[in-house]
Ligand binder design. Structure first.
Ligand code: NAP
Length: 260
């Protein structure tokens, strides 16, 4: 498939590791010049070098916290007119909602709802003017199937999803699409971290605990981040302009439904 993305520019947020990194790698493979962000500068620089070496595409690394105004300004200064925006940030912590005060909630809303909305606000009019734009929000399978311990993730991401459902339909006629990718379990540092905590409780090894997670998906395994990156590149392809406001679950079939 020719994605028609050669020479386009992408801003991929929270992309030194895991799913964001995989999206940046897949886009760079398609000839996209990518700007990647993360808070930890040395890890980010190393990722930028890996993507450059693997793809030959230009990669700019911008260290900063994307959930802050300063972090977003720095990212946008390096990539002011992206053709592609991949919204991503760390997920909120698990817990019991009775323990969460207003400040904790605001942090989750900032990271997983307002930051993507402000970045979309900064770039969408330019995309409309250029008649090409692809915005992909990395959310979570929890948007469709809530995870009891991740109440803040369930709530904040559903808020983003509701907002975007309306906006996506306002910009689609200008060849600007907004869609979301909803990951189930993908083998990233985040999954390793949350699974290590479970392993500590169950007495199993990390590998055994990951194998347990894998059994929970009809595919019988956890996802490879590279598969997620390829799905992102597909949504960004020039020929994907008719895919509008969709929420694509990538979970090996774990969400049990006949359709949707
Ligand atoms: P990961 O492997 O831990 O990678 C997270 C990346 O985001 C790192 O590059 C991290 O670098 C960067 N990052 C985190 N907070 C940031 C911030 N405030 N500003 C800039 N960069 C930031 O995580 P992942 O598994 O790829 O997860 C990505 C998103 O998908 C998260 O929201 C997660 O909750 C969600 N998700 C993941 C899974 C899964 O199975 N992996 C499932 C459902 C949902 P720094 O720490 O250096 O900033």
């Amino acid at each position: 498939m020719d994605t028609g993305l050669k020479g386009k520019r992408a801003l991929v947020c929270a992309a030194s590791k895991g799913l964001g990194r995989a999206c940046a790698m897949a886009l760079a493979r398609e000839g996209v010049a990518v700007t990647i962000t993360a808070r930890t500068a040395d890890v980010l620089e190393a990722t930028a070098a890996e993507i450059r070496a693997a793809t030959g595409s230009p990669v700019i690394a911008v260290a900063g916290d994307i959930t802050t105004e300063a972090g977003r300004a720095a990212a946008l200064a390096a990539c002011p007119d992206p053709d592609i925006l991949v919204n991503n940030a760390g997920g909120p912590p698990p817990g019991d909602f009775r323990d969460w005060d207003r400040d904790i909630w605001i942090k989750a809303l900032d990271a997983n709802m307002l930051t993507p909305i402000f970045l979309i606000k900064a770039v969408v009019d330019g995309m409309v003017a250029r008649r090409f734009g692809r915005i992909v929000n990395i959310t979570s399978a929890s948007v469709k199937s809530p995870i009891p311990t991740l109440g803040m993730s369930n709530g904040a991401r559903a808020g983003l999803t509701g907002f975007v459902a309306g906006l996506a339909r306002q910009v689609a006629r200008h060849n600007v699409t907004i869609n979301a990718l909803l990951p189930g379990p993908f083998l990233t540092d985040r999954l390793r971290g949350t699974t290590a905590a479970l392993a500590a409780k169950s007495g199993r090894t990390l590998e055994e605990e990951i194998a347990e997670r894998a059994k929970g998906t009809p595919a019988g395994r956890v996802g490879d981040p590279a598969e997620f990156g390829d799905a992102c590149a597909f949504l960004c392809a020039a020929s994907s302009g008719f895919i509008v406001g969709q929420n694509l679950v990538l979970d090996g079939g774990a969400f049990n439904s006949t359709m949707g």
